[in-house]
Design a protein around this ligand. Structure first.
Ligand SMILES: COc1cc(/C=C/C(=O)SCCNC(=O)CCNC(=O)[C@H](O)C(C)(C)COP(=O)(O)OP(=O)(O)OC[C@H]2O[C@@H](n3cnc4c(N)ncnc43)[C@H](O)[C@@H]2OP(=O)(O)O)ccc1O
Length: 267
């Protein structure tokens, strides 16, 4: 496992195609011949990438090269592990996916083709999911005699509900892109070939927000949503107070009042 318990440089950067366009960093899973199966090298490289995000990056887009997002855990690396090794492996994935979920900037997953097992768990850690019609979602762990190990049992039920996840895992049900979006997994369903274009369009909009608002949405909103209402309302008031006293908010509100910025328009 090398440096698995720290998720520091044991990743294989050649398994990712990383590009920066302005404030948007794109991370492409680069094992198309293996349907972007996730081996330790690629998982750790994703972790390295999020650990060393350049300061000027304001949005990250994750996608898969070829026709698929990811076929999940690289089954050729699945060997017999004793309980401790199994725990270490799963917790290594958890650390990497936590870096995505708790990233200081929003992360968008652009999905097409197979979004399976650990690949689906990876997509769950992103904040926004954009799916093409070719995308399909499955958890074949039951068929392989294993269990989800990348945080899927925590994140997926929060998106689609426990009952649907149970159905997926027990019956091997495969959700289509349409089902995945109507059940709340993907927030956007776009036409064939358009997931990256849409993801980049969304990234541009997000990057134009006040950084403090994005930060509050990422860091505070999930905690507020899960807090008891009294705690949540207090956290909301505190966050609102901090945000509105920031110079950036003052500048942006003045620009609107002076008719120097765009109005809200229906899309
Ligand atoms: C337990 O602790 C864990 C667990 C986990 C996470 C678990 C999981 O992710 S379980 C799910 C594992 N994934 C699968 O079962 C999917 C398997 N793949 C397929 O069903 C198909 O390959 C496909 C994705 C539907 C694509 O089909 P097709 O386009 O026809 O391509 P193929 O010819 O089948 O594949 C081409 C080539 O890629 C190899 N490959 C594909 N997927 C995988 C994979 N997941 N692992 C390894 N290799 C894969 C395939 O064998 C072919 O190879 P060739 O050498 O024959 O060309 C997380 C953490 C824990 O601690």
């Amino acid at each position: 496992m090398g440096n698995a318990d720290t998720a520091t440089p044991a990743g294989d950067p050649s398994l990712l195609q990383i590009e920066q366009q302005g404030a948007v960093l794109t991370i492409g899973l680069n094992r198309p011949a293996k349907r972007n199966a996730l081996n330790d090298g690629i998982i750790l490289a994703i972790g390295d990438c999020f650990a060393g995000l350049p300061d000027d990056v304001r949005v990250v887009v994750i996608h898969g090269l070829g026709d698929n997002f990811s076929s999940g855990l690289d089954l050729s690396e699945l060997r017999e592990r004793d309980a401790t090794e199994g725990l270490v492996h799963s917790q290594m994935w958890h650390r990497v996916f936590d870096r995505i979920q708790y990233c200081r900037v929003p992360v968008i997953a652009a999905l097409k083709g197979a979004v399976i097992g650990g690949g689906l768990e990876l997509a769950c850690a992103a904040h926004i999911r954009v799916a093409e019609p070719s995308a399909y979602f499955a958890l074949p762990e039951g068929q392989r005699g294993i269990f989800v190990g990348g945080g899927g049992s925590v994140r997926l039920p929060r998106l689609i509900g426990v009952a649907r996840m149970m159905d997926m895992m027990l019956t091997g049900r495969v959700y289509s892109a349409t089902e995945g979006s109507s059940y709340g997994f993907a927030q956007y369903l776009v036409e064939a070939g358009a997931s990256m274009t849409k993801a980049m369009e969304l990234a541009g909009k997000i990057a134009s927000n006040a950084p403090l608002t994005n930060f509050a949405v990422l860091q505070a909103l999930p905690m507020i949503a899960e807090a008891n209402p009294q705690t949540g309302l207090l956290m909301e008031s505190l966050m609102a107070t901090v945000a509105q006293s920031d110079q950036e908010a003052k500048r942006r509100i003045r620009a609107f009042l002076d008719h120097k910025t765009a109005k809200v328009k229906p899309t």
